[in-house]
Design a protein around this ligand. Structure first.
Ligand code: S6P
Ligand code: ZN
Length: 195
């Protein structure tokens, strides 16, 4: 980890940064229960534990004032009708946002608040997406052929809460209908408990 300001290259082609510290890979087996079509999920998993997405992280202290950054690459594919996607999460410190910059590919970011408000924004190359504080986020690759590649940066103290999404998923699912992406209601989703 550098203790002086630094630069690195981020090639649009391929999107792997010239310097990185962690390479995280997420395979089908890590998405148990997250796809709507459980039968297709099981059939696929029996054949192969497919690589769904990868993250190249540049390590920084996990402290307020720092910015954690890196690149995510989501491969193309579907489980049943549902496109390959990230697990998705709230930040543990809810009041922390995140900036994304799409380098290549096509996709969407599915977002929602703890109160159940939802929002979906498209990713296109060259597009910046700002995820507001408090919004859970999941990226989805809607291309039949190409990787979705984006740069991200978020506060060092944000942390990740995966368990809320693991329990009921996001309110909206992104599926293919007539060859195009469509947003449908997630039957597993539950209205948030209000105290
Ligand atoms: C972290 C940021 C991204 C995701 C990555 C994988 O706050 O949102 O780096 O970690 O795209 O997604 P997930 O949901 O598996 O962490
Ligand atoms: Zn995040």
């Amino acid at each position: 980890m550098y203790d002086v300001p630094f630069t690195y290259q981020l090639p649009v082609e391929g999107g792997i940064p010239s310097t990185w510290d962690n390479h995280i890979t997420r395979r089908l087996s890590s998405m148990q229960g997250q796809y709507l079509d459980q039968a297709s999920f099981e059939v696929m998993l029996r054949k192969e534990d497919t690589l769904l997405y990868e993250v190249y992280e540049i390590k920084r202290p996990e402290a307020a004032g720092e910015l954690l950054q890196g690149v995510s690459i989501i491969h193309p594919g579907k489980v049943g009708d549902e496109y390959f996607m990230t697990k998705g999460h709230f930040h543990k410190v809810l009041a922390t946002g995140e900036v994304y910059y799409c380098l290549s590919g096509e996709g969407v970011m599915v977002m929602e608040t703890p109160e159940g408000e939802w929002n979906i924004q498209e990713f296109h190359p060259g597009q910046v997406l700002y995820v507001l504080p408090r919004w859970a986020h999941r990226s989805v690759n809607t291309s039949p052929t190409d990787d979705l590649v984006f740069f991200f940066a978020y506060p060092g103290n944000a942390g990740h809460d995966y368990s809320t999404i693991e329990q009921h998923g996001f309110r909206k699912l992104v599926v293919e209908r007539d060859g195009k992406p469509a947003y449908i209601d997630n039957p597993r989703w539950r209205e948030p408990q209000r105290s």
